[in-house]
Write a protein that binds this ligand. Sequence first.
Ligand code: FAD
Length: 389
Amino acid sequence: ADSQKYTGIVEDCCCDYETVDSLNEEVLNPLLQELVTTPFFRYFKVKLWCDCPFWPDDGMCRLRDCSVCECEENEFPEIFKKPGRISSQDLVCQEGKPQATVDRTLDRKAFRGWVEIDNPWTSDDETDNAEMTYVNLQLNPERYTGYTGPSARRIWDAIYTENCPRYPSGEFCKEKKVLYKLISGLHSSISIHIAADYLLDEAANVWGKNLQLMYDRVLQYPDRVRNLYFTYLFVLRAVTKAADYLEQAEYDTGNPTEDLKTKSLMKQLLYNPKLQAACPIPFDEAKLWQGQSGPELKQQIQKQFRNISALMDCVGCEKCRLWGKLQVLGLGTALKILFSVDGQDHVDQHLQLQRNEVIALGNLLNRLSESVKLVRQMGPSAEKIMEGQ
Ligand code: FAD
């Protein structure tokens, strides 16, 4: 019965699950896997301090790397300021776990020359300052970190309840469902990566797949799997919609051989004949914001998304914060691309992306593509094992 679970057309898309799987495994995933190792895509600029604006005094972030800022009282929704029901035991910053920390082998100084070469997308908020870190993503894979308990739960709860409430009976408008599905799909992807690269034996430092966890958190909920596909196709649509912009973008890192490779891989991804033939419009964004309240709705959803992005500063585990920030920035970039349109529904000629946004977009697409592949490859055996128990 399970092989029947994900058949038919993916919601708001033009192709079915089987087509997405074969496109992903034969074409897109191999390209993306290579793309993220190129110098342009493997370094991400990020402020790793935990400037959590929502729960100012929970003692969660005592260490420098997750310190708390003092924000304007009226800047954030009241609901976030209520003290959480978190016991003092849980107030310990979870940074202490070695698997949760970020390897910063690459420091700012080593990177400086590269920054000067680059330019087209950097703006003031990208300016180097003492708080910015350049992280080699290849040295810091998204995987199990031990971050769990009330601190992690509180973030997901805030994301879902405050920003994209579950839609109970289809009464919510399409646009709000989209935001919910994007977040849920991202959440599925994070859980899949935790399960796919899990610390099975702490004492012996043995890492491997945890099929039980994959089943418990994602596979047993078909909606979560569907949302993962949805998010993947949404981001894929954004990337291909901005193809002309992304093709002409500057991928210079001062390493001509590598940079040529980056450009060539991008071209193969952006104008892929197999993708264009099998799934030309992976998500149909033209149907959104059509009604009278369109502009208002868009603003409201933008605000909610900004709140989600601010919540990433409250994640109490450095590596989770790194990937949380990157992926939310990637989603924000996809939203920006899809909804910066001119009257003809083409990408706005004035669309401007920062370098870091492009890096986030590429890496997010790769993470989602990996998750889709893992679900397809590991799903049936995980389900068999769990259902046999
Ligand atoms: P959680 O994953 O915390 O889920 C909480 C609740 O949300 C569930 O009980 C369920 O009701 C609902 N839910 C779960 N999945 C979905 C879905 N797909 N769609 C809709 N609703 C859902 N941990 C790591 O080990 N490595 C990481 O890299 C990492 N990154 C993180 C990044 C962020 C931004 C956050 C907030 C947390 C991260 N974590 C990471 C922690 C991890 O996501 C879990 O919170 C933690 O492992 C505890 O899991 P849980 O079983 O309590 O359920």
